[in-house]
Design a protein around this ligand. Sequence first.
Ligand code: 5RP
Length: 220
Amino acid sequence: MTQDELKQAVARAAIDYVPQGIIGVGTGSTANFFIDELAKVKGRFDGAVASSEATAQRLKSHGIAVYELNNVGELEIYVDGADEITKHLHMVKGGGGALTREKIVAACAKKFICLADASKLVDVMGKFPLPVEVIPMARSYVARELVKLGGQPRLREGFTTDNGNVILDVLGLTIMNPVELETKLNQIVGVVTNGLFALRPADVLLLGTADGVKTMKAGD
Ligand code: 5RP
């Protein structure tokens, strides 16, 4: 199976988790497959909160109602992909640059369902450069602080987030303690969000493998 076929398989499997009401929807190619599957079951739920402008547009293009997060209460589920995920369901996210809104929508959801193809499951995170969203005027300062932590930050050229900020992609980190690093990075003045999702990990991982979709839960 190709990587896209695996992503499509997990997207299809995630439909079983869709409740009535409003759901949170992530960003990226895997989330896009999920949105396309959602379009087939539009009558089963009321609409979605989007984690990016791109996701909002895709949802709307399918005729799915998009709600502002501030106008809805707690969400039953948030469904999104990841760049790396461990068996503890800690993740690196933000390859698509939507990490801040993803983290906000995820924080409002009772259950985070991560969709990933088998290539995303790792023992230790850090091979995928860790995205850090930064207020533009703090770019150089934050980069220097990231170097002190052992990272090699690279500005994502020509990219501005939906929030008007820049992204530093940090290479060279071997993330042995994701909760500690997520907390530490959040302390750097000028950092809006970092792409570690460990303080609020996923609750369920639907992993696309050659043998079918495997369901993993934190603590399995
Ligand atoms: C976007 C993200 C995505 O979930 C992550 O990059 C995975 O993307 P894809 O599903 O295209 O592999 O965090 O900001």
